[in-house]
Design a protein around this ligand. Structure first.
Ligand SMILES: Cc1ncc(COP(=O)(O)O)c(C=O)c1O
Length: 374
């Protein structure tokens, strides 16, 4: 059996949606983009939103709207996808890394005070793997040190904390619609805010420094961060499936937990109380994680490691020379996650038979490993 790590759930409905753009002869930003924007704002519960070509550029746009640039520092978890940090680097600012907690690998602000100096302008909580950061602590921390808050909610469409959508706690929230995300437009990003002034900045920045298309007067410097109606049409079709996607993904996670939960030596993420999650990966932790991944590969199952610590990334290693607080000793949980974490498939069309096959392979592996230990 061959089981991929992920596969987007797209089909006839998305195909028809794209066809309608061609039938109406409208492919650049237009009616579908407006409709998708409004639907997303209703879903997320934010006042304003603008699209970006992808999640990375959504973060860049958000950071620029917040005025982050050369000479500034932004606190970013070491445990996240590289784009959280490279979007900061793109503005000319520096990412400074902090560890995460061991329960669910979300940012741990109790370890962040020592990173603060006069250059620290913002903090970027990242809602990783479909669960949500402890935003009460993040917001308290940001108030104490007068930091702007930009949430990386790329993996967190449909995710809530205390009935509030991820991405709506801070000044700005950013989402991704890449092919592996909860809903996809192929590529795509979205930036939300409740602040009218930030929204205004975002609109100028993303549309060549002007408000309206067709004008050649550009009050500000801006760029082209637009998307197409073709993507928005796919997004609208995907949004209609969101409730079903959530149900399916949660059922899949439950099934994994039922089949593997009793196994000695295997643990799952523990989402915080009041968190409404949408599994983005099925995350398990065990001693021989990397050996298990090799074993699963032999069995035709594609798994993934957890994120490689950003403070150790070759592209960011210079930070270790510049700062004593960017060394391994400050990142025990991020390092533990990479060494012991495995992401199992959790896409909406994954069948019970496939889940049973994956779990049986894991159980076999664990038994063999236990026998060797004895
Ligand atoms: C946590 C996180 N941040 C940012 C991004 C960047 O999004 P995109 O791939 O759409 O640029 C991703 C997506 O892969 C992500 O998982």
């Amino acid at each position: 059996m061959k089981i991929p790590q992920l596969t987007p759930w797209i089909g006839n409905k998305e195909y028809k949606a794209i066809k309608s753009c061609f039938d109406n002869n409208w492919v650049t930003e237009g009616p579908k983009t407006r409709e998708f924007n409004e639907a997303l704002l209703r879903l997320i519960g934010a006042k304003y939103g603008v699209f970006a070509p992808n999640g990375t550029l959504a973060l860049y746009l958000g950071l620029r709207a917040l005025g982050i640039g050369v000479g500034d520092e932004v606190i970013v978890p070491s445990f996240t996808f590289i784009a959280s940090a490279t979007s900061v680097e793109m503005t000319g600012a520096k990412p400074v890394f902090v560890d995460v907690n061991r329960r669910n690998f979300q940012i741990d602000v109790t370890k962040a005070s020592r990173l603060i100096n006069s250059k620290t302008k913002a903090i970027m909580p990242v809602h990783v793997y479909g669960t949500v950061c402890d935003m009460d602590s993040v917001m308290k921390f940001s108030k104490k040190f007068k930091l702007l808050v930009i949430e990386d909610a790329a993996e967190a469409i449909g995710v809530h904390l205390k009935n509030k959508h991820a991405g709506t706690f801070g000044d700005i929230g950013c989402f991704s619609f890449f092919a592996d995300k909860t809903i996809t437009t192929g590529e795509g990003g979205f930036v939300v805010t409740d602040d009218e002034k930030l929204y205004e900045k975002l609109t100028y920045l993303r549309n060549q420094g002007r408000k309206d298309r067709g004008s050649f007067i550009h009050p500000f410097i801006g760029y082209n961060f637009r998307i197409t109606d073709i993507q928005a049409a796919v997004g609208l079709a995907q949004l209609k499936k969101l409730e079903e996607i959530k149900v399916r993904k949660r059922k899949i996670l439950d099934r994994y937990k039922r089949l593997l939960g009793g196994m000695d030596g295997i643990t799952f993420f523990e989402p915080d109380q009041d968190a409404e999650i949408v599994p983005f990966r099925t995350c398990i932790l065990l001693e021989k994680a990397h050996k298990l991944m090799n074993y699963l590969r032999e069995k035709g199952v594609e798994s993934r490691t957890f994120f490689y610590p950003l403070h150790k990334q070759p592209c960011f290693i210079h930070l270790q020379k510049e700062r004593s607080d960017q060394h391994d000793e400050y990142f025990p949980n991020t390092i533990f996650g990479f060494e012991h974490g495995v992401c199992l498939p959790v896409f909406p069309t994954l069948t019970d038979r496939q889940i049973a096959y994956i779990c049986n392979a894991i159980i076999d592996f664990q038994k063999k490993h236990e026998r060797k230990k004895r």
